[in-house]
Design a binder for this molecule. Structure first.
Ligand SMILES: [Zn+2]
Ligand SMILES: [Zn+2]
Ligand SMILES: [Zn+2]
Length: 119
């Protein structure tokens, strides 16, 4: 079956990609990445399984753990990235009751306040 695979025109898909505006492609990638990070954050915040198979979950839990006890969240790069992500979540959080996502309850009032200040 090796010969069949060689016949497949792999060049076609790459030329199709070239037609796409590079800038648009980059923007899509950024949105895609943020969405995925939000999903990981969402999962990791609620995941109780210490042996969770998702490697990204483990990494996110480590960052969350770090952030909870980090003394310098303002200057710490890891914390700032996590908080930015949590803030992003909080800004679109539809949870009416207490949200289990890390820092959401803490950040949501800040987000609402920033909206009020912007008016
Ligand atoms: Zn998990
Ligand atoms: Zn930190
Ligand atoms: Zn939330």
């Amino acid at each position: 079956m090796e010969s069949l695979r060689n016949i497949e025109p792999s060049a076609e898909s790459s030329s199709e990609e070239e037609l796409m505006d590079v800038r648009v492609k980059k923007e899509v990638q950024v949105i895609d990445k943020t969405e995925r990070c939000l999903q990981i954050l969402n999962h990791a915040s609620k995941c109780q399984n210490p042996k969770c198979f998702a490697a990204s979950c483990l990494r996110m839990k480590m960052i969350i753990d770090h952030s909870r006890q980090c003394g310098n969240r303002i200057e710490c790069v890891a914390c700032r990235q996590l908080l930015a992500l949590c803030f992003h979540h909080a800004s679109q959080c539809k949870e009416k009751q207490e949200c289990k996502v890390t820092f959401c309850e803490y950040l949501r009032p800040i987000y609402i306040e920033s909206l009020l200040n912007a008016i």
